[in-house]
Design a protein around this ligand. Structure first.
Ligand code: NAD
Length: 338
């Protein structure tokens, strides 16, 4: 009886989480509708972890489909809910699509989790802080206006979790607010493979392998040290391990309240230009750049205060920025070879 449901488990972060759970001895049930991933991810997780996950192909936002999944797997003891659409720019164009997919999926899962008292770990984002007035941001930082429908979908999901936990005494949840996870699994089998890259590292890789002629830097007139946007990058392997820790915390009843919230980041802000330099150093590739307009929904700077996660979850990222970049580069070389 140690089956964990990982929604969005075929995606970038979910595949690393699934592999970490399998390595930690859990049975894993991936629930995914492959809206932004490939079925092949399931066998890759198996090869990376040395043990195959189970798969239920379903839309998490469908009450009917999820009810069938829970009926077929009455032995699920924990849920890690990563399934979501995550493109900020697409969410600005199609806000209802983001609301319906992300918020409704959380609502449907909460209904099942609360009915059965199954603890849930939720993938949130630092974007819930909006454009913060003070840096770094801690979990006590006031949430300012969501800068995009994607960010709003995470805030609404968090709110639903809070209300569900308040209403239902058997329910517990941990919300993890990720900053900017990057990098890939050391096996070279799992990594970020977006159909339409929007994040900086996949965009740089596209330039380095010749798929794009230059990296567009979206804005060089932000009020930051070099005018480019600042983010807090950290290794996806550290993130994956911490999902296992968060889940165990609730299963072992070590949580201090029934809904805990933790920031996960490196605690350091790195600008776009600094990342380009770090990429060039780590890979030996040179990146052509051009300056473009700011993207709607983007903010100038954000990085995390991670003291709470350090104290409570043992958050101690052990991989460096260079490790993360090198692993992502190795993954791209591996996948482009095939
Ligand atoms: P991803 O797109 O690679 O993975 C998401 C997975 O969820 C995909 O496999 C997709 O097919 C699946 N999915 C989406 N909607 C679904 C639905 N309704 N039913 C079933 N499956 C569905 O994204 P990711 O980068 O791995 O992100 C995972 C989670 O982490 C998301 O919730 C995202 O919002 C959050 N997050 C990501 C980042 C980041 O930088 N990657 C940062 C902060 C938060």
């Amino acid at each position: 009886m140690n089956k964990i449901m990982v929604t969005g488990g075929a995606g970038y972060i979910g595949s690393h989480v699934a592999a970490a759970l399998l390595r930690a001895g859990y049975e894993v049930l991936v629930v995914d509708n492959f809206v932004n991933s490939h079925r092949e991810a399931i066998s890759r997780i198996g090869s990376a972890a040395g043990k195959q996950p189970l798969l239920a192909e379903a839309n998490c936002a469908s009450t009917e489909q999820m009810r069938s999944v829970f009926e077929a797997h009455p032995d699920v003891i924990g849920i890690i809910h990563l399934a979501a659409l995550k493109s900020v720019s697409e969410s600005v164009l199609f806000p209802m699509r983001y609301h319906c997919n992300n918020v409704i999926a959380t609502q449907v899962l909460l209904g099942e989790a609360a009915a059965q008292g199954i603890p849930l770990v939720f993938s949130s984002s630092c974007l819930v802080y909006g454009s913060p007035a003070q840096l770094p941001v801690s979990e006590r930082t006031e949430l300012s206006k969501a800068a995009s429908p994607y960010a709003a979908s995470k805030r609404l999901s968090e709110l639903l979790i809070e209300q569900c936990v308040n209403d239902c005494a058997s329910m517990s949840a941990i919300t993890l607010r990720y900053f900017n996870p990057i990098g890939a699994h050391p096996s070279g089998l799992l990594g970020e493979q977006p159909n339409k890259p929007e994040n900086l590292l996949p965009l740089m890789i596209d330039v380095a392998i010749g798929r794009k002629d230059a990296l567009t830097i979206y804005g060089n007139n932000y009020p930051t040290r070099d005018g480019t946007a600042i983010r807090d990058y950290f290794h996806v392997m550290d993130l994956a391990d911490t999902h296992v820790a968060a889940l165990k915390r609730m299963l072992n009843k070590h949580n201090h309240s029934r809904h805990e919230v933790f920031n996960l980041g490196s605690g350091n802000g790195v600008s776009v230009l600094e990342m380009v330099h770090a990429f060039e150093q780590a890979t030996g590739q040179s990146i052509s750049k051009r300056i473009g307009d700011r993207r709607p929904g983007d903010i100038a700077a954000i990085w995390a205060d991670t003291h709470l996660a350090q104290t409570e979850l043992g958050w101690q990222p052990s991989r460096t920025l260079a490790d993360a970049i090198s692993s992502a580069w190795a993954f791209s070389q591996n996948t482009n070879k095939q």
